[in-house]
Design a protein around this ligand. Structure first.
Ligand code: SF4
Length: 691
């Protein structure tokens, strides 16, 4: 069969799903994907992948792909040429800017698109429109974690790499269903546990797989993580387990922080968290006596009304025990999307240019203006609206136009009734995506984009690792890579940037943003990668804080915290608490994983998990139909009776879209970062007379 070999193309790509950033080869013949082939050289994953990376590619050739621009006319969409669609978008964006001002437009960049595409999104918003109202989906997930790290250690990214996670003597997982949401990292932890006796401590209200495997499992009540983390920090000081050498030499604000821990006694923590005093002491002793600790956290911490504070408390605990700056230590917020880290790193945030350079710093503004060839006054000097604010502002008609790239805001944002209301009040809305999403239903123009398999580019994974991916096959139909669409749109708005390849965009950004100074496509060729910050000579930074923290004086900051009650808790009328999250097989709104039989067949029905005691009390069995009602809306689905949840807690996967869990979630959000409190939802449940 040797004659067949030349027809097979092997192309390096990076997974389009979660933030682990697995890379592998795709073997293709024309548009047919023959297989996904992991290779040893892959820096994040080696030869491991999960079901999504291996089999979740039916969407590439789905007949539901968008292949032609669409324009809404008389309430219906009609096909249009690229020329007509881009002319219309350019004209309307400029018209609205000129009539209502720069801040009347908002841009949501994609956490699935490339770094270069994130860079262009914010460049159009900032340079052409003149607004900092640009954001990405990290607002819905890891912004609170980033805020906690900014407060305490200075960089908004993981402290080390997946290799450090493997090296740690103790892994602490808090509010992260790692086995299903970051499966390859979970498999590396399982291997380290087996091969070199790495210990595992898990804190989570839901008993997921990693909780079952843990050496110590803390099943705390929802929204109480700040309390146990602060009580453990106090225990360290009170029991000679604080790392005083580290604190004296490298950390500020120790005494004030120590005083702030006064209320967090073990007794108070036990009363509020539902954990026993013995469990708390065992956890403190495990962490305090471990040689090195990596602490992983995710949406179970961040999607609360005080997720930034809890993230800060977790980072405080690591500082008190000296767990930053040495191999196998540090804080690791687990990034959700494949490029949610990169979308933030490359400037799709309302307060910073690429490389986390503040928009309110005059010298920085001047630097970016000079690099872009304009006067500094052309760039806005105030923080723009984030995703949450944009939608609120749309409802009040302060924002008149939105441009949404590859984000399913119309399903993924909380309190969807309010979001949809905001969309309908916009004067103009553009959606750029690979599918006609729920969000696209509200658009005036829909532009067909390409997935990563149909373009070149780079992503940043959860480790801050920048990796290149290559075009596996040409764009489907008349779809185009996002970077090309944005370049052509900019040209129509008077800015002919002339990019012909993403490498030129990366080179431009590296020439301006300090943390990317040494990044180039040559240094990222093939299986090579770079972990930011990258010095001009190409030296990268797999482990942060070995010498200093990212503050002017090089010292970390202990940051006092108070605990707040959750924004919405069970009461007499809504007596149950709804948790939600991912399952292994699907991703977010399932727009991609839901496009083919190989993944879809694994989860044929959507469900709510009900604890066995609650199920017995209410006569609910596996497969019973129930109605779940919050203060906003109701959804109906089938029950699974399981001890993964207990008491008055329920769990629903986030992926089902008809009608979608976010009709139940509410307006509550973290006041520090505007992340919705997806995990603080009071509901009631009725059994339905239906088989
Ligand atoms: Fe790797 Fe995540 Fe993709 Fe699975 S979904 S293959 S763990 S990057």
């Amino acid at each position: 069969m040797a004659w067949r070999q030349p027809e097979i193309k092997r192309t390096k790509t990076v997974c389009t799903y979660c933030g682990v950033g697995c890379s592998f080869e795709m073997w293709t013949r024309d548009r047919q994907l023959l297989k996904v082939q992991p290779v040893n050289e892959a820096p994040a994953n080696g030869i491991s992948t999960c079901i999504k990376g291996k089999f979740g590619w039916d969407f590439i050739n789905s007949e539901n792909r968008l292949t032609t621009p669409l324009i809404r006319e008389n309430g219906r969409f009609r096909e249009a040429s690229w020329e007509e669609a881009l002319d219309l978008v350019a004209h309307r964006l400029l018209e609205i800017r000129d009539r209502h001002g720069s801040d009347s437009l908002g841009f949501i960049g994609s956490s699935k698109a490339s770094n270069e595409e994130a860079y262009l999104t914010q460049k159009i918003a900032r340079l052409i429109i003149g607004t900092n109202s640009v954001d990405n989906s990290s607002r819905y997930c890891q912004n609170p974690a980033t805020q906690g790290l900014f407060r305490t250690v200075g960089y908004g990214g993981d402290a080390g790499t997946i290799e450090d996670i493997q090296k740690a003597s103790l892994i602490v997982i808090v509010g992260s269903n790692t086995a299903e949401c970051h499966p390859v990292i979970a498999s590396k932890i399982k291997a380290a546990h087996k091969q070199h006796g790495q210990k595992l401590l898990v804190a989570d209200p839901r008993e997921h797989e990693m909780a079952e495997r843990a050496d110590l499992y803390l099943r705390n009540k929802p929204s109480t993580d700040l309390i146990w983390a602060s009580a453990l920090a106090r225990y360290m000081f009170d029991n000679d387990l604080a790392d005083w050498e580290f604190l004296d030499n490298r950390v500020n604000n120790v005494e004030e922080f120590r005083r702030s821990l006064e209320p967090f006694t073990l007794e108070f923590a036990a009363e509020k968290t539902g954990l026993s005093r013995d469990e708390l002491v065992e956890a403190a002793e495990m962490i305090g006596r471990a040689e090195s600790v990596c602490l992983l956290w995710a949406m179970g911490i961040t999607q609360h009304s005080h997720g930034a504070d809890t993230s800060t408390a977790l980072s405080n605990l690591l500082l008190v025990t000296g767990n930053y700056g040495k191999p196998g230590s540090g804080g690791y917020p687990m990034r959700g999307h494949n490029n949610v880290q990169g979308a933030s790193d490359f400037g799709c945030l309302a307060n910073v240019y690429p490389g986390y350079e503040s928009v309110t710093d005059d010298a920085i503004r001047e630097k970016w203006a000079r690099a872009w060839g304009v006067d500094k006054e052309r760039l806005s000097n105030h923080v723009g609206s984030d995703n949450f604010r944009m939608v609120q502002d749309a409802a009040e008609q302060k924002i008149r136009a939105m441009y949404i790239i590859g984000e399913e805001t119309g399903l993924s944002d909380a309190d969807l009734g309010n979001v949809h209301d905001g969309f309908t009040k916009l004067d103009f809305m553009v959606v750029q995506d690979i599918f006609f999403s729920r969000t696209a239903e509200f658009a005036d123009v829909v532009l067909p984009a390409c997935p990563s398999t149909e373009k070149d580019g780079s992503f940043v994974n959860t480790e801050r690792r920048i990796q290149r991916f290559y075009e596996v096959m040409p764009p489907l139909g008349d779809s185009r890579p996002d970077w090309r669409i944005l370049t052509e749109l900019a040209a129509r708005m008077g800015h002919d940037w002339g990019y012909t390849h993403p490498s030129q965009i990366m080179a431009e950004c590296a020439g301006i943003a300090k943390i990317f100074a040494g990044v180039s496509y040559e240094r990222l060729e093939g299986w090579q990668s770079l972990v930011w910050p990258v010095a001009e000579d190409g030296t990268d930074s797999p482990l942060l804080y070995t010498e200093s923290f990212h503050f002017d004086d090089g010292r970390a900051q202990l940051y006092p915290q108070e605990w707040h009650e959750p924004a919405e808790a069970a009461d007499e009328e809504y007596d149950l608490e709804l948790n939600n999250g991912r399952v292994l097989e699907h991703f977010q709104s399932a727009n991609q994983t839901g496009q083919g039989p190989r993944i879809n067949s694994q989860i044929p029905n959507w469900f709510v998990e009900v604890g066995s005691d609650l199920a017995a009390e209410r006569g609910i069995e596996d497969g019973s139909w129930v109605r779940i009602t919050s203060r906003r809306d109701s959804i109906e689905l089938q029950a699974i009776v399981t001890d993964r949840v207990r008491g008055n807690e329920l769990f629903i996967p986030i992926h089902h879209s008809k009608p979608g869990i976010n009709f139940l979630t509410g307006e509550h959000h973290d006041p520090d970062v505007n992340t919705p409190a997806y995990k603080e939802v009071a509901v009631r449940m009725e059994k339905l007379p239906r088989e």
